[in-house]
Design a protein around this ligand. Structure first.
Ligand code: FAD
Length: 685
């Protein structure tokens, strides 16, 4: 049993509250009146005043920040607790903030000067600390349905269509989950699969169709169709790994991963791109010729057919249309992104919080249902602690469901726990291969924004339907970035305005409905690693390398040009020290000042703590290869060390896929399932 986690003391919580109150406070007096005057359109003064007066503390949302802090690994809680403790003293605040006095007792003006000092500091740890606290405060406040804020931003909250006929048109399949009784559970199967995401779902379908007795174990929970509230905070808390607040160990990369029934496929954005030919060739050259064969294409085709992946039914939303238009003006190549939406239009901007309409063809709607129809059994809320290994062979798993222990015996174990958890589980189970946990790729993402005169409502309609490949080959060896439109709601938007003072920050959030967000999704050549903490759980070590920074720089530069060409009146980036640029409409991208701006953006580059970096694509941490010295699993997906123990998820990618990885994960799992079936058939001969 891991040691119980530390808890912040009341004094430490007092300091944390004072910091977040500095970022999102109740505006008062002249500041409030100025805020209302500056943003008034003559009819909305009361709405603006209510938003101005709403703060993270008076809305009672500080507790959400503390909950998020308590969900961090023990060493992080200790680290932050120490900073809060220092700031609870006069001398400590002087040392860290340059003002003598306990932080929480200072005026808001004094606290404002201190947090700005941290954000602009030469010391990256202070920048990172300030960014982390702002992010926690901002996401907690703007993801929550705070009525005054939503009215001021004209954000509808949950999807207005959620109670329409569309909701009842396609029912979720009904799953029966095995409950572990108080005395524990012991059962036997042919195959046990850990994880119900892209890899686990396909394995379950393929192996149960082949007549195997299959059990799928998932640590997350299945939310019924009617339980999906489509409120941002519920979506993050219920469906994402760590409630959506997972980061790398130094806090510089925010990482989103699914942690529910269906894994990432329940929350993802439907983009279904095939692995590009140059990556297939790269993998083939690295000792995996299979990826260059028609047999691998058969796996891609099988998935494409089952999910009815197609670009025929796409209806671009405003943001995707402007991405296409900006590219057209500049002569940049574009394509439509096929969608896994079962051969139908899918306008579902809230899909990142679960597809209540049952239209997105995640594993919960498809492969897990196929497995169910072929007799597979399922467990939810069940964390697998270890794979059981006897005489070099996998014989089952042990784990816990709500504190109750279970032991599952099986002649094959498939680990499909995703690229963060799979290496961690293999290590906990005693595997020693040095490549387990190495070679982690994240497709680091940076953001660029354009503000337009017309309404965009970027959270409405299909999310990610167009891409430009103009920046995909920055280094001449297939490493660069794709530029796409992300899912964008107030919570995510709130981490990007440059915080200089509370009123200015709230004001910046008011432009939400006029923003086109673009993501620069880089194909990272250089990897990070997953290691296990003292509690046996994964820690993510990752720094964007110099090489991969160049890809982000080119992508940011191109994205800014796209937005300006598309008619943005103002553009900005996720870099703290780069101001907004006001576009001169007559000159557009030809404006010499804009060209200077682009140079400044590239010169500033991506520095830890002064640029916001995200990731929704974890890959490669148990790479597949033809040699145990350089890979964690064989070309068949079986681990080098333990017979009958397979890995089938995005962690087996030899390098980053360079496109959104779902279809590649599905198709590799499909191939691994064929290898297992073939091996079983030949052993029967
Ligand atoms: C917000 C978001 C948007 C995305 N959009 C797209 C997109 O549009 N297109 C695209 O191609 N890709 C997208 N992706 C990425 C895609 O969803 C993932 O690449 C894919 O789901 C990876 O599959 P996987 O099997 O490796 O892991 P996952 O799908 O993450 O599944 C792993 C599962 O294992 C479970 N698990 C982990 N450890 C244990 C344990 N010890 N015991 C039991 N269960 C465990 C987890 O809870 C999880 O459900 C997106 C991802 C996110 C987060």
């Amino acid at each position: 049993m891991p040691a119980p986690k530390p808890r912040l003391t009341d004094d430490q919580i007092k300091v944390a509250y004072a910091i977040i109150d500095t970022f999102i406070p109740e505006l008062t007096g002249q500041e409030l009146e100025d805020f209302v005057r500056q943003h008034s359109n003559g009819t909305n003064d009361d709405i603006l005043r209510a938003f101005g007066k709403s703060g993270i503390i008076n809305e009672d949302l500080g507790r959400l920040v503390i909950d998020k802090l308590h969900s961090l690994p023990a060493e992080k809680i200790d680290e932050l607790g120490t900073v809060f403790k220092v700031l609870n003293t006069k001398v400590g605040t002087l040392a860290l903030g340059g003002t003598y006095g306990e932080f929480a007792s200072l005026s808001r003006e004094q606290r404002t000067q201190i947090v700005i000092g941290w954000s602009n500091s030469m010391i990256s740890k202070l920048r990172i600390f300030s960014r982390a606290m702002l992010t926690l405060a901002a996401i907690s406040y703007f993801s929550h349905p705070v009525e005054s804020a939503q009215r001021a931003m004209e954000y509808p909250g949950a999807d207005p269509e959620m109670h329409s006929d569309r909701f009842t048109a396609k029912s979720f399949p009904v799953y029966d989950f095995i409950q572990v009784p108080p005395q524990g559970l012991e059962q036997s199967y042919d195959v046990v699969i850990v994880g119900s995401g892209a890899g686990g779902g396909v394995m379950a379908a393929e192996l149960s169709k082949a007549g195997k007795r299959v059990l799928v174990i998932e640590k997350g929970h299945h939310y019924q169709q009617s339980e999906l509230t489509l409120v941002q905070s519920d979506g993050f808390t219920n469906l994402y790994e760590n409630g959506g607040s997972l980061t790398n160990t130094d806090g510089t990369v925010t990482i989103l991963a699914g942690g529910t029934w269906g894994g990432g496929t329940t929350v993802n954005w439907c983009a279904s791109l095939q692995l590009p030919h140059y990556v297939r060739e790269e993998w083939a050259k690295q000792g995996l010729p299979y990826f260059n064969t028609p047999a691998y294409q058969e796996s891609i085709d099988a998935i494409t057919t089952r999910l009815n992946i197609s670009d025929k039914y796409i209806k671009h939303n405003n943001a995707n249309l402007l991405l296409l238009e900006g590219c057209r003006k500049l002569g940049y190549p574009t394509k439509n992104i096929p969608q896994n939406t079962g051969g139908q239009e899918h306008s579902c901007g809230w899909c990142g919080f679960g597809c209540r309409f049952g239209e997105k063809q995640g594993t919960m709607m498809t492969f897990l249902a196929d497995a169910k129809d072929h007799g597979a059994k399922f467990m939810q809320d069940s964390f697998v602690d270890r794979v059981l290994i006897e005489k070099g062979k996998a014989v089952g798993v042990i784990g816990t469901q709500n504190g109750r222990k279970f032991t599952i015996r099986a002649s094959k174990v498939v680990v499909s726990s995703g690229s963060i958890h799979t290496p961690s589980l293999l290590r906990r189970s005693g595997l020693k291969n040095k490549n387990i946990g190495k070679n982690l790729h994240l497709h680091p993402v940076s953001y660029v924004f354009g503000e337009f005169d017309q309404r965009i409502d970027c959270y409405q309609g299909s999310i990610m339907t167009a891409v430009t490949t103009v920046a995909e080959n920055t280094d001449g060896h297939g490493y660069g970035s794709k530029i796409e439109v992300p899912s964008h709601h107030p919570g995510i938007n709130s981490i990007f305005p440059k915080w200089e003072n509370a009123a200015g920050y709230k004001g910046a959030m008011l432009s939400l409905n006029h923003i086109v967000p673009l993501i620069v999704l880089s194909r990272d050549r250089d990897g990070g690693s997953i290691v296990n903490g003292a509690d046996g759980l994964p820690r993510i070590n990752y720094t964007v390398s110099k090489h991969d920074t160049l890809s982000l720089e080119e992508g940011i530069e191109r994205s800014l040009s796209i937005l300006v060409a598309a008619g943005a009146k103002k553009v900005w980036t996720c870099q703290r020290f780069i101001p907004e640029f006001a576009v001169k409409s007559d000159l557009g991208v030809e404006d010499p000042e804009f060209k200077k701006y682009l140079k400044a953006v590239v010169r500033e580059s991506i520095k830890p703590g002064s640029a916001t970096i995200g990731s929704a694509h974890q890959m490669g941490s148990c790479r597949m290869g033809n040699n145990p010295k350089t890979s964690a699993v064989k070309p068949t997906g079986e681990t080098w060390e333990v017979k009958g123990l397979y890995v089938a998820d995005a962690s087996v990618f030899p390098t980053a896929s360079g496109v959104n990885p779902m279809l590649t994960t599905y198709s590799i799992a499909h191939s691994i399932a064929q290898f297992i079936k073939k091996a079983d058939n030949s052993s029967k001969l």
